[in-house]
Design a protein around this ligand. Sequence first.
Ligand code: NAD
Length: 219
Amino acid sequence: MFTQSAKSFPIPSIQRLPVYLRFLKEQRNRGNTLISCTQIAEEFGQLSVQVRKDLSITGISGRPKVGYRTNELIDAIEGFLGWNREIKAFLIGAGSLGSAILGYAGFVEHGLRIVAAFDIDPVKIGNSIHRCPVFDLRQMYGMGQNAGIEIGILTVPSVAAQEAANILVQIGVQGIWNYTPIRLDIPQEIICEEVKLSASFAVLSSRLKKSPVFPDEYV
Ligand code: NAD
């Protein structure tokens, strides 16, 4: 039982858990029933004390000189991440990014089930993208009533983001996975996770060796 709210755990630790999880599942498939922090740390070039700290947020503790039972550790991580149950979601904006998300099978493994997509484009409405049916945005409010939708995934153009978010709030979602660059005005109790590929690219590009692409005489 956790006494801390998930909000108070370090985000980098939470972000490392899916990476460990993939490795642990590989180990399980190879028949390795026990795993130590040192093994995990060696795999990812980290300190074993950091791995232990990361894993401790799931509530599990390993046994000295033995480590963890691989199965128990997998269960603990999946339980902590909420990946051991189904989470129903609506996706709004079935364009390039929305379609890519609908086509990524990995989310299904994490329990994310996108039950419907919504758009305003008549060409898309009534069709399916990666087997997910696309409905008219105007149907979202009605379809969302008592449907147990926990998450809304926003992949609409910026101008449409707030309005779509308002409908998601009205149907009672608990979280919004916001891919748009807009800061949404939503009730505080709704968890909003913003995804920014540009921020990630900024880290990569700023770390590139700063050298001119062309010698001086060419510029
Ligand atoms: P896109 O034009 O390919 O897709 C947008 C879709 O939204 C279209 O299908 C369009 O018909 C639909 N749409 C427009 N208005 C709507 C409304 N009111 N309700 C429902 N659907 C509506 O655009 P894209 O390249 O997929 O980008 C979508 C969003 O994702 C943009 O806001 C973009 O800035 C953002 N984006 C974010 C990241 C990131 O790193 N977070 C990366 C790429 C794109």
